[in-house]
Design a protein. Structure first.
Length: 193
């Protein structure tokens, strides 16, 4: 084999290797384009189809459960929204709050009816404690309104104005609160709310 034949054979190998390299580079570009299209399609599927559909389904399930809970126990909560809205805010709904709290229970949940009865007892107890702190009887009509950032309380149509300093309790002792007791008390209050 002479040198010319050898060069010709090597040139044909070089041309074949270059053709393979070009083909691999072209396939890499196609793979990148396909990956980009896949990522775009995947993002569209998740962000614009699956997530909104899941949110809509979750909202439907929530609304269905809330409606069933309201039909079953709503009458037991009659009148409580009017009593609690001045405290909790104008958009407060005691039935929705009760339903949300019941569904937030982790682990073993109490029976729905027992939960509702206990919650109503707690609300009544809290409202009675407020009445007692104002020194009014349980049959008195209490109105609480927030006007211009100031809370006004009326009992049987007459405005109640707290006496400045008379009901104030001052503790001069240096006693500090135990953080664990405070945390336990806060958790207990959260259960009531």
């Amino acid at each position: 084999m002479d040198e010319a034949e050898l060069k010709e054979i090597l040139a044909s190998y070089r041309d074949a290797i270059n053709a393979l390299i070009e083909r691999i580079e072209a396939q890499d570009e196609m793979v990148k384009a396909l990956k980009s299209q896949y990522d775009s399609l995947s993002s569209t599927m998740v962000d614009e189809i699956i997530s909104p559909a899941k949110e809509a389904l979750d909202q439907y399930n929530y609304d269905t459960g809330l409606n069933a809970f309201t039909e079953k126990y709503g009458s037991k909560f009659d009148g409580y929204n009017d009593k609690l809205r001045p405290i909790e805010g104008e958009d407060f709904d005691v039935v929705k709050k009760a339903y949300d709290e019941y569904n937030a229970f982790e682990g073993e949940k109490p029976e729905e009816g027992a939960y509702v009865e206990e919650l109503i007892k707690q609300i009544d107890s809290q409202l009675e404690a407020i009445r007692e702190s104002l020194g009014v009887s349980s049959d008195s009509k209490i109105e609480v309104k927030n006007e211009d950032g100031e809370t006004k309380v009326k009992v049987d149509g007459e405005e109640v104005v707290p006496n400045e300093g008379e009901d104030e309790i001052v503790d001069d002792s240096e006693e500090t609160s135990n953080p664990e007791e405070v945390e336990a008390y806060e958790k207990e209050l959260e259960k009531y709310l």
